[in-house]
Ligand binder design. Structure first.
Ligand code: MNH
Length: 180
């Protein structure tokens, strides 16, 4: 996972729990003298361990932590990559462009990024079906990122997980309802 993801988690933890908590998490879950550089890749296990550490400290389930983090992460990614989002001026356009525009640009900017496969289908004016596939099993993070995108456009949405397909961590379907 790229350093930009870790740096965003660091910012979220320091903002909400303080520097000493972040330093304790690093002590416990990462190699000595670790500092994260946005464009450099670090082991996925390190991110999972840090996220698990946050979940423990806050007595929250890991999926909740991943979702909260994803929501915050969207702002970090959007701030760092304004050019990528320039043409995507509505929530719906952005969601429809995750694979075909956003992650295509990300693949040009970063060296060998590990990206999920996200298929979006418009059901009607107020509903989008999203299909997430990745061996990294970060569907809850994807859910949070979608909430973050809605925040970015001041849209109110509600996400439910589609139980009509077999859900494994590697494949998740969400229904995104656009409320206002
Ligand atoms: Mn995108 C990784 C989903 C918007 C740049 N992105 C991920 C991952 C998910 C994801 C989930 C974690 C990897 C995985 O699951 O396999 N991303 C989304 C969703 C949206 C999104 C659902 C919008 C909503 N992503 C963006 C935007 C940018 C961006 C906007 C920047 C312009 N994403 C990234 C980068 C990574 C990533 C960078 C990290 C890749 C890596 O670590 O190798």
């Amino acid at each position: 996972m790229k350093g930009i993801i870790f740096r965003s988690l660091e910012e979220l933890v320091i903002e909400n729990l303080g520097m000493s908590v972040w330093n304790a998490l690093l002590d416990e879950h990462s190699p000595a003298h670790r500092s994260y550089v946005s464009a450099v890749s670090y082991p996925d296990e390190e991110l999972y361990a840090l996220a698990n550490g946050v979940a423990e400290k806050m007595a929250l389930p890991l999926p909740d932590v991943l979702s909260v983090f994803g929501r915050f992460l969207f702002g970090s990614l959007a701030a760092k990559h304004t050019a990528v989002l320039a043409e995507l001026d509505t929530f719906e356009k952005l969601i429809m462009a995750i694979d075909s525009v956003i992650h295509v640009e990300v693949a040009k900017l970063y060296d060998e990024p590990n990206l999920p496969k996200i298929e979006a289908t418009i059901v009607n004016d107020s509903e989008i079906l999203l299909d997430y596939r990745s061996p990294r099993k970060l569907g809850f993070c994807a859910e949070g990122l979608i909430y973050g995108a809605a925040d970015y456009f001041n849209k109110q949405i509600e996400i439910s997980h589609n139980r009509s397909v077999t859900q494994s961590g590697e494949h998740t379907q969400f229904v995104v309802k656009i409320l206002a």
